[in-house]
Design a protein around this ligand. Structure first.
Ligand code: PXL
Length: 267
């Protein structure tokens, strides 16, 4: 039986990140994708590619989740991406309470370029309080790991492991804390922790350019694999390979960043 994953995420018009990335990743892993859009992001070519951000009406976010659940009857796994505002976080938290999804993978996107840095704090508090308790797994990047763990310095793998443990201690069963290439080890390095197993997932870094959508792809691939019944650790391992392929096959355009493409994985 084909498995179904629901992405509760923002639209990013270029197709390189957000919900578009999520459904492409689900599809490439053989999982049927549904979406509830939380916001519309349009990069601004006339303003340093800043993110023009429009939240979707909270009732409409709820209606989309209701529709996806009603049509399919059962959702195997949910990915939560960019929520963007405390109001959106509130309505998504209510839906998580209402629908009792089995597997919820949270990519805790705090702010995107163009949003007020102050918004990160509001978003952080609301995410921690209202969404984190529903998360089966969380996939913070280094910035988000700093904020969620409360640690000042994370410059080494041992500190990343400690940070993953601190996030786990807040009640999240599975943590994938991502340094990516930011430790300058020539690798993309992430730490998986589930309360007993600590595993450092590391692959050679690819290229020098910034790539948009790698984090979305990782969390979406983990969601698809968990929807199919993989253990969270195996799902994380596969997800890293999907990201490697998506970066290898990235799209070059006019922007100062490339866009991942998942379509070659497994071919
Ligand atoms: O990559 C984070 C992200 C998630 N969701 C949306 C985005 C972005 C980054 O641009 O636009 C909608």
């Amino acid at each position: 039986m084909t498995k179904i994953a629901l992405a509760i995420a923002g639209s990013e018009a270029s197709g390189g990140a957000g919900a578009q990335t999520d459904i492409k990743t689900f599809h490439t892993l053989g999982v049927f994708g549904a979406t509830s859009l939380t916001c519309i992001v349009s990069f601004d070519p006339n303003n340093d590619w800043g993110h023009r951000f429009v939240p979707v009406d909270p009732q409409v976010i709820h209606d989309q989740i209701e529709a996806a659940v009603a049509v399919h009857g059962h959702i195997d796994a949910v990915k939560i991406g960019m929520l963007g505002t405390p109001t959106t976080i509130g309505v998504v938290a209510e839906a998580l309470e209402q629908y009792h999804f089995d597997k919820v993978i949270l990519d805790p996107v705090l702010i995107c370029k163009g949003q007020e840095p102050g918004a990160a704090l509001d978003t952080d508090n609301a995410l921690r309080e209202k969404i984190l308790p529903f998360a089966t797994a969380v996939t913070p990047n280094l910035f988000e790991t700093h904020i969620l763990s409360g640690m000042d310095e994370i410059t080494h793998v041992d500190q990343l492991i400690e940070a993953a443990k601190r996030i786990h201690d807040q009640g999240v069963p599975y943590v994938l804390a991502k340094a990516g290439t930011l430790f300058n080890t020539g690798t993309a390095l992430d730490v998986f922790y589930d309360g007993s197993t600590t595993e450092v997932l590391e692959v050679p870094a690819i290229g020098e350019e910034r790539v948009s959508g790698a984090g979305c792809t990782l969390a979406a691939a983990m969601t698809a694999e968990m929807a199919k019944g993989a253990s969270p650790l195996d799902a994380a391992r596969t997800a890293k390979q999907v990201v490697v392929s998506a970066i290898e096959h990235r799209m070059h355009g006019n922007a100062p960043f490339d866009c991942v493409f998942q379509g070659y994985y497994g071919r």
